[in-house]
Design a binder for this molecule. Structure first.
Ligand code: SF4
Length: 710
């Protein structure tokens, strides 16, 4: 504590933005203000933080935008009024009870967030699945990594990231597909940059329709046409077969499906694949030759693959490259999906999606349902046998009137959901909307019948899991302002108002103890953990069984035994057809959306920090100069982007780094009403991958024109 100023206290926690999961040292002064630094010696970040993490304390110290008191509107035409917690929760319980009685348990739903702590996820999931009797719980993680969840499960038998970040130090080839970690997972990318500095022979392959910051250290950038990822992965697979780079012993002993895969990828010539992808044969062969010669080959991906109408197939076709080369289960080898949110993984562990059960149990498996029902002491048959509504289905059901009530927790769907104007219509139709949040600026408040003020990061305790299965404990450092309370406490108090037993937890540690007990004996076993152990060890990677020592399990499948029924990894043969929206004469450009370096989600936190606006302060449309010239558009011209779903109007940013025919808009900006022309999701659509239900944010057909005031 030598570096601490007099009167300050230090608290070790974890950054609440992206899934990298950097350790932070929070220093609190005697007046209750905090400062944040990177935690020295933390296995993820070794003291470093990116621009967002470095400015975390500003978002906490500034409480001017916080929701402070519960509010209720006792009739759609009435204004909301401040009430006590008891009245707010009793009112909500009364409305939920009456809707469930009249329309059944599926008339209500919870829409939560990958920023929720594991304990919060656990109690929300327990409440709706085990007690209300509906599986209508989904989260914004559906928009982020649900394609990876299905991809892992189909290929490896379990939603399990098999590697650790440490493997990036051992790899000698890293294939980054559909991701810009230099901006979106910056501290992890610093690790790759450092590895490249140490070892110039480390080869980096990047596939992306945009030449992003990540490409600055790429040895080969495959600047593919949007939607052609599977064709590219197959072409690399074919080249590896032709080069004799298949690990035949591994394939024969530890996988199934190679013969069919081989037959399938040989059907397209390299030239044909290269033409469709818009890349050169030479670059595909270069990438394949790097992989052929690799001692350790890692694949790394995120939204470019996940957010697609064929997201699961994109995941599988990439994971196949690890499987056919036997590059898994040893240092420096394996697939590493990056998660966008800090605790999307924790949510997966407790089954916090409409098609999952705790500890990665399968909702469709009657034995799994019975196990969970018995554990929760609820009658057999209480957990509904069919999946609940996924994120997009939830708002469609609200719009059609099938769903009557929605409870929104820690997320801002009026900016972040695809085809967001339909989401506005859905909220207008809703009979009852509960908004549980920290900010008085989230757009959903306009439709809230009940507002529940929640405690923020650093004002509550619990755990999160990062993208490498690393669990860490986050302490409560500050008291929440006003009457705000932790999310888990809100849910438990509501459950008790509903008359449900099993929510009288003493504290967050108590919830965690129940959660880990339910994981015992599963592939996600973390029954050896508790808050006390996590406080002492700082971080642990699951599985972590009872009596286990050390810091958990850095690497899975080291014995080449996979979690499938045959214990062999599955090489899936997938179609390379892209089923996204088609471009047309009327809408000839492909719009892709994504993040910028210094903003997070819908900016309800990062938007409060002036420093973070210095990098990019307003929305924009990135367009290739040749496309712009044909349309009479210059840099900074105001342009209109339109399709049958909506309109956006922002300034053009001319850049040769984007593929011709493709335009890019950041996903962060937008407001309801007149200012909504910044909002990229006016243009995106509800088309989803049929298996993962993840929306196709990366491919919308649009027109672009110079804006002229008429
Ligand atoms: Fe936070 Fe992610 Fe930045 Fe690390 S890389 S400081 S976890 S936003």
């Amino acid at each position: 504590d030598k570096h601490l100023k007099a009167g300050f206290t230090e608290h070790l926690s974890t950054c609440c933005y992206c899934g990298v999961g950097c350790g932070v040292s929070i220093q609190k002064d005697p007046l209750g203000r905090i400062w944040v630094e990177g935690e020295q010696g933390h296995p993820v970040n070794q003291g470093q933080l990116c621009s967002k993490g470095m400015n975390l304390h500003h978002t906490v110290n500034d409480t001017s935008d916080r929701l402070l008191y519960p509010e209720v509107r006792f009739g759609k035409s009435q204004p909301r009024q401040r009430v006590t917690w008891d009245i707010a929760l009793e009112r909500t319980a009364a409305v939920f009870r009456s809707l469930i009685e009249k329309y059944g348990p599926d008339s209500v739903a919870f829409y939560a967030s990958g920023q929720c702590l594991t304990e919060e996820y656990y109690v929300i999931n327990k409440l709706i699945k085990g007690f209300i009797g509906s599986n209508n719980i989904d989260t914004n993680s559906r928009l982020c990594m649900s394609s990876a969840v299905v991809g892992y499960k189909m290929a490896l038998g379990e939603d399990s990231v098999p590697v650790s970040y440490e493997d990036l130090d051992h790899a000698d080839v890293i294939f980054v597909a559909g991701a810009n970690p230099a901006w979106c997972h910056p501290i992890l990318w610093r690790r790759v940059e450092a590895a490249k500095e140490r070892n110039p022979d480390l080869k980096i392959i990047v596939s992306d329709p945009r030449k992003t910051q990540t490409c600055s250290i790429a040895d080969v950038h495959l600047q593919l046409n949007p939607g052609t990822d599977i064709i590219l992965h197959h072409a690399i697979g074919r080249a590896l077969i032709e080069m004799g780079a298949i690990d035949l012993a591994f394939v024969a002993n530890h996988t199934e499906g190679f013969a069919r895969y081989q037959e399938s990828v040989m059907q397209r010539t390299l030239e044909e694949a290269a033409h469709l992808c818009g890349v050169s044969c030479k670059d595909i062969l270069t990438a394949a030759s790097y992989i052929k010669n690799a001692q350790g080959f890692m694949t790394m991906w995120t939204m470019g693959l996940n957010q697609s109408a064929v997201g699961v197939s994109k995941n599988l076709s990439l994971i196949n490259l690890n499987l056919i080369t036997g590059q898994i289960g040893r240092p420096g080898a394996g697939p590493l999906s990056l998660t966008g949110q800090p605790n999307a993984m924790g949510g997966r562990e407790v089954g916090g999606l409409s098609n999952l059960l705790p500890a990665h149990r399968d909702l469709l498996n009657p034995e799994h349902r019975a196990e969970v029902e018995d554990f929760w002491s609820v009658p057999r048959g209480r957990i509904a046998a069919k999946p609940g509504l996924s994120a997009t289905e939830m708002f469609e059901a609200l719009e059609s009137g099938k769903l009557k009530a929605v409870w929104i927790i820690c997320t801002n769907p009026l900016i972040s959901m695809p085809d967001v104007r339909r989401v506005e219509q859905a909220f207008k139709k809703a009979k009852f909307v509960v908004v549980q949040d920290i900010s008085n600026k989230v757009e959903t408040l306009a439709y809230a019948d009940v507002v529940l003020p929640a405690a923020s990061w650093a004002e509550k305790e619990g755990t999160m899991t990062n993208a490498e299965r690393r669990i860490s404990y986050l302490p409560k450092v500050l008291n929440a302002p006003g009457e705000a309370i932790p999310d888990a406490e809100i849910i438990c108090r509501f459950a008790q108002k509903m008359g449900f037993k099993g929510f009288d937890f003493k504290n967050s540690a108590d919830i965690y103890a129940e959660h880990v007990q339910l994981t015992q004996g599963t592939n996600v076993d973390m029954s050896g953990l508790s808050h006390a152990i996590l406080k002492q060890k700082r971080t642990v990677q699951w599985p972590y069984t009872q009596g286990q020592s050390g810091h958990g399990t850095p690497r899975l499948f080291t014995d080449n035994q996979f979690f499938t029924a045959s214990q062999k990894a599955q090489i899936h043969t997938v179609s390379d057809e892209n089923t996204s929206e088609k471009i047309s004469e009327e809408f000839p450009f492909i719009l892709t959306t994504g993040r910028i370096r210094d903003q997070w989600h819908t900016m309800s936190k990062t938007g409060k920090v002036n420093k973070l606006k210095q990098h990019i302060h307003e929305s924009f449309l990135e367009i290739h100069p040749e496309d712009a010239q044909k349309l009479g558009i210059q840099d900074q011209s105001l342009v209109e982007i339109e399709n049958k779903r909506g309109l956006a109007r922002v300034k053009a940013k001319l850049s040769p780094d984007i593929k011709k025919g493709v335009v890019f808009m950041p996903m962060h900006w937008g407001k309801m009403g007149k200012l909504d022309l910044n909002r990229a999701n006016n243009l995106t659509q509800n088309l989803v991958d049929p298996k993962s239900k993840e929306p196709d944010f990366k491919f919308s057909a649009v027109s672009v024109k110079l804006y002229t005031k008429s």
